[in-house]
Design a protein around this ligand. Structure first.
Ligand SMILES: Nc1ncnc2c1ncn2[C@@H]1O[C@H](COP(=O)(O)OP(=O)(O)OP(=O)(O)O)[C@@H](O)[C@H]1O
Ligand SMILES: [Mg+2]
Length: 263
């Protein structure tokens, strides 16, 4: 199982579209015929609820908290995975709100997600991990387990500092764990036609000249898909952003070595 490609969707800045991008990129990968596991690593559980899994968020132990913090519960991860029409989901849970100090005290506390994913019996082509809006043990776990990151960011000047801080943390992890965390690209999100957005898109292109920069515009359809518990690919409504999400999935497929399954 451990050979599934993995990507962390991360930016410690809140509300930039991590969950929206994660769900829709997962939906696009599914459209391209890949078996997708979606991991909601955010204690807020937005993706879990957004995918219609409120009951799992409120469920009693064992939950993802236990699989991450207790070696003996690691295998329980297999009983936690639930199916969704587009993907399988490893849901977050209310207990995850107290996982950070537990991981700080745990042995190899930043490698727990990797160990949990290795304990999964089902084969997946790709695992998409939605990260919380802060740097800490969970985000470190996601970056280390995935080794790849896709970064959503708003086309606003405050994104510059946020990205600087994220890259600093990636460098710290790389040095500490003698590994490489590959930046697969930046998703400029909720883009509107303003001068600031235009200036920031130019900045993204210049600052990230060696990786792709995609542009997802502000669209209520994306919010409607979230409310309907699915990606835009399952929504019975046209959305002009599907092309861009498919382009992201294409590029991830290429960079992660996924073989496209033609229907
Ligand atoms: N392209 C978009 N167009 C319109 N609305 C969007 C877009 N992207 C995100 N949103 C909305 O913005 C809000 C924040 O998005 P989202 O929850 O995906 O961000 P996040 O980075 O995951 O947040 P958090 O940091 O809290 O985890 C949500 O209400 C979402 O529906
Ligand atoms: Mg989120």
């Amino acid at each position: 199982m451990s050979d599934a490609a993995k990507v962390a969707i991360s930016n410690q800045k809140g509300g930039v579209g991590k969950t929206t991008v994660a769900i829709n990129v997962a939906g696009a990968l599914n459209c391209q015929g890949h078996d997708v596991l979606f991991v909601d690593l955010d204690p807020q559980g937005n993706a879990t609820e957004g995918l219609g899994l409120e009951a799992e968020y409120e469920a009693q132990p064992p939950t993802l908290f236990d699989a991450l913090t207790d070696h003996e519960e690691r295998e329980e991860v297999n009983s936690l995975i639930v199916s969704h029409p587009e993907m399988d989901v490893l849901p977050s849970n209310i207990d995850m709100t107290s996982v950070e100090p537990e991981l700080t005290m745990a042995m190899r506390g930043r490698e727990r997600l990797g160990q949990v994913l290795d304990a999964i019996d089902t084969e997946y082509d790709v695992i998409v991990i939605d990260c919380p809006p802060y740097l800490g043990n969970l985000t470190d776990n996601a970056l280390l387990a995935a080794g790849n990151v896709l970064i959503p960011a708003l086309a606003e000047s405050t994104s510059k500092r946020a990205l600087e801080i994220l890259f600093d943390q990636m460098e710290v992890l790389e040095a500490e764990y003698d590994t490489h965390v590959r930046d697969l690209g930046v998703v400029a999100n909720r883009v509107e036609t303003t001068n600031e957005a235009e200036a920031m898109l130019t900045w993204f292109d210049e600052a990230f000249s060696d990786v792709p920069v995609w542009e997802i515009r502000k669209r209520v359809t994306l919010q409607r898909a979230f409310s309907a518990g699915c990606s835009v690919f399952e929504l019975e409504e046209e959305c002009d952003m599907t092309t861009e999400f498919l382009a992201i999935a294409d590029e991830l497929g290429r960079q992660l070595g996924l073989v496209e399954v033609t229907a």
